[in-house]
Write a protein that binds this ligand. Structure first.
Ligand SMILES: Nc1ncnc2c1ncn2[C@@H]1O[C@H](COP(=O)(O)OP(=O)(O)OP(=O)(O)O)[C@@H](O)[C@H]1O
Ligand SMILES: O=C(O)C[C@H](Cc1nc2cc(Cl)cc(Cl)c2[nH]1)c1ccc(Cl)cc1
Length: 318
C-alpha cells in the first residue's frame, strides 16, 4: 500500500499472494507521480507542460493530448505513430526521448526529455543569421540525429527549425514524430505485415511544411530518406542566410519554386556551404548527396562526429 501514497513507481514489485506465492506486479507511472508546472507550449492537439517526477525530482516535458479532441480531429493514427516512432528512437542524444506514456479518462500523456531552450527557429530569429562555426555545429548535430533515424528505418518527413529543440546545454533535440514514416511497415495498419502492390503505390497523403517539402513529395507523393536530406539542405541554407531558400507569398507559389529549383544565394553566402547546399537541393532524390558524403563534405572539415560531437561545447552564438 505504501507504493500507492508515494505514487506508483514504474517497474516491478515483488509481493506474496494469499496462497503464499511470490508474484511480480508491474507498477506504471501515472499523473500522480508528477508535479505539473508551467506551460512550455501549445500544439494544435496538445499542451506541453513542465513537470517534475515527485520521487526522483527529475524534470520532464509532458505532452498532454485531449482524447475527445484527438478523436474528433481524426488524429488517433498520428498519436500512435508518434508513440511507436519515439519508442524506436530511444538511444540518441539528438532525439527527444520518450520515457513513459500513460492515459487517464480525459487525456493521453507523453513524458519526454525537457528541452529548456526552446526551438532553433526562435534562436535563429533572434540572431538573424548564424556564422559558419555555429551553423557547422548545429547542422552536424541535426545530421547525426537524421543518420540514426534513417538507420532505424524512420523518415521524419517534417524536419524544420521549429522541430529542432535545444536542451540546457544548447544541444539539439529533434521532436515531432507524429508525421514520421516507419519504413517496411504496412502503411494501412502501420504494422510489419506483408506489403502487397496496392500498399506500395498508395499515395502518402501527408505533406510536410511548405518551405521544406521535397520535390518528390509534390510530384510523386512518396517520401524517402533523401526527402529528409532535402529538408536538411534547406536548414543549412536558412541558418546562414536567415531565411529558407524557397519562400513565396503563398504555399502554391512556394511549391512552384521548389519543383522549379528556383532559388538564389545571397551575396556573401560562404562558397563551401554553397557547394554543400547545391549538392543537397537536387530535384532527383537519387542524385542528392548521401549521408556519408555529406559528413565528408569540406563544410564539415575538422567536425568531430559520433559520441564526441555530443560532448562538444555548443559554440557561443554571435
Ligand atoms: N520536449 C519538449 N521540451 C520543451 N518544449 C517542448 C517540447 N516538446 C514540445 N515543446 C514545445 O511545446 C510546443 C508544442 O509542441 P507540440 O509538439 O505539442 O505541438 P507542435 O508540434 O509544435 O504543434 P503542431 O501539433 O501544431 O504541429 C512547441 O512549440 C514546442 O516548442
Ligand atoms: O497505452 C498504450 O501504449 C497505447 C495507447 C493507445 C491509445 N489509446 C488511445 C485512446 C484515445 Cl481516446 C486516443 C488515442 Cl490516440 C489512443 N491511443 C496510448 C496511450 C498513451 C499514449 Cl500517449 C499513446 C498511446
Amino acid at each position: 500500500e505504501e507504493w500507492k501514497e508515494k505514487g506508483a513507481a514504474v517497474g516491478i514489485r515483488q509481493e506474496v499472494d494469499t496462497n503464499g506465492r511470490t508474484v511480480q506486479r508491474i507498477m506504471k507511472k501515472g499523473v500522480k507521480d508528477f508535479n505539473f508546472g508551467r506551460t512550455l507550449g501549445e500544439g494544435s492537439y496538445s499542451t506541453v507542460l513542465h513537470a517534475t517526477d515527485r520521487q526522483t525530482l527529475r524534470e520532464y516535458a509532458i505532452k498532454v493530448l485531449d482524447k475527445r479532441h484527438i478523436i474528433k480531429e481524426k488524429k488517433v493514427k498520428y498519436v500512435n505513430i508518434e508513440k511507436d516512432t519515439l519508442n524506436r528512437l530511444t538511444e540518441h542524444p539528438g532525439i527527444v526521448r520518450l520515457y513513459y506514456t500513460f492515459q487517464d479518462e480525459r487525456s493521453l500523456y507523453f513524458v519526454l526529455d525537457l528541452a529548456n531552450n526552446g526551438e532553433l527557429l526562435g534562436v535563429l530569429k533572434k540572431m538573424g543569421t548564424f556564422d559558419e562555426e555555429c551553423t557547422r555545429f548545429y547542422t552536424a548535430q541535426i545530421l547525426d540525429a537524421i543518420d540514426y533515424m534513417h538507420q532505424r528505418g524512420v523518415i521524419h518527413r517534417d524536419l524544420k527549425p521549429e522541430n529542432v529543440l535545444l536542451d540546457s546545454h544548447m544541444h539539439v533535440k529533434i521532436t515531432d514524430f507524429g508525421t514520421a514514416k516507419i519504413l517496411g511497415l504496412n502503411p494501412k495498419t502501420n504494422s510489419g505485415g506483408p506489403l502487397d502492390g496496392s500498399e506500395l503505390d498508395r499515395a502518402n497523403s501527408f505533406v510536410g511544411t511548405a518551405e521544406y517539402v521535397s520535390p518528390e513529395l509534390l510530384t510523386d507523393k512518396n517520401a524517402c530518406k533523401a526527402s529528409d536530406l532535402w529538408a536538411f539542405g534547406c536548414i543549412v541554407y536558412q541558418l546562414l542566410a536567415g531565411r529558407p531558400p524557397f519562400k513565396a507569398s503563398n504555399e502554391y507559389q512556394t511549391f512552384q519554386k521548389i519543383v522549379g529549383l528556383d532559388y538564389t544565394f545571397p551575396d556573401g553566402f560562404p562558397p563551401i556551404a554553397r557547394d554543400l547546399v547545391e549538392r543537397l537541393l537536387v530535384l532527383d532524390p537519387a542524385k542528392r548527396l548521401p549521408m556519408e558524403h555529406i559528413k565528408n563534405h569540406e563544410f564539415f572539415d575538422n567536425q568531430i562526429w559520433g559520441k564526441a560531437l555530443w560532448k562538444q561545447k555548443a559554440p557561443r552564438l554571435k
